[in-house]
Design a protein around this ligand. Structure first.
Ligand SMILES: C[S@@+](CC[C@H](N)C(=O)[O-])C[C@H]1O[C@@H](n2cnc3c(N)ncnc32)[C@H](O)[C@@H]1O
Length: 167
């Protein structure tokens, strides 16, 4: 993620981080000059993040549901996700992809680390081989894919960095 930020100067572009948790990524993007918005349903996580944020950034950090919050269609240039898609029940993955497509501008990017492989009934839920293509390819084109070297232990060797562009 940090390498992607280095390669992509923000030019004031707007990024959304759904399921941000305690989200150090918020500060990586915001610190690099991105107009950063983040959202999570966990009051405890959002309280922690807001405490670290300056006033302008804190106004763009929401304790709310990514799927129903009143964002505008096409509001974002980039959506960054880590461990959010995998935290959702697989039955909600098509809804996630649809929501991302709605919120991105044409040509906008979804980027992040996606975890693959069966983990059993409890979250995190890994995608099956090829499931990313089935979910995203109707509306997105894969621009980048690479193994993730700095995964947390639970995801080690199973995460892929991906960048999908909305068609
Ligand atoms: C596994 S955590 C990942 C947190 C963070 N992205 C990270 O990598 O550390 C998943 C997060 O998604 C949040 N979440 C789950 N459902 C959500 C929803 N519908 N809208 C917003 N956030 C949600 C949870 O509260 C949790 O913080």
């Amino acid at each position: 993620m940090l390498q992607w930020i280095e390669r992509n100067p923000p030019r004031r572009r707007h990024i959304l981080i759904p399921g941000c948790g305690r989200g150090h990524e918020i500060f990586s993007f915001s610190g690099a000059g991105w107009n950063t918005t983040a959202i999570d349903v966990s009051p405890a996580a959002i309280e922690k993040v807001k405490r670290r944020a300056n006033r302008a950034l804190a106004k763009q950090i929401y304790c709310a549901d990514f799927f129903t919050h009143a964002f505008n269609p096409g509001q974002f240039d980039v959506i960054y996700e880590r461990a959010f898609l995998n935290a959702l029940a697989p039955a909600r993955w098509p809804e996630f992809v649809q929501r991302v497509a709605t919120l991105l501008k044409p040509g906008g990017l979804l980027l992040g680390s996606i975890m693959f492989g069966d983990c059993g009934a409890e979250p995190p839920h890994g995608l099956a081989e090829g499931e990313d293509r089935r979910l995203f390819e109707p509306g997105f084109m894969l621009l980048e894919e690479a193994p993730v070297a700095d995964s947390v232990p639970i995801f080690e060797g199973r995460e892929r960095w991906q960048v999908w562009q909305k068609r």
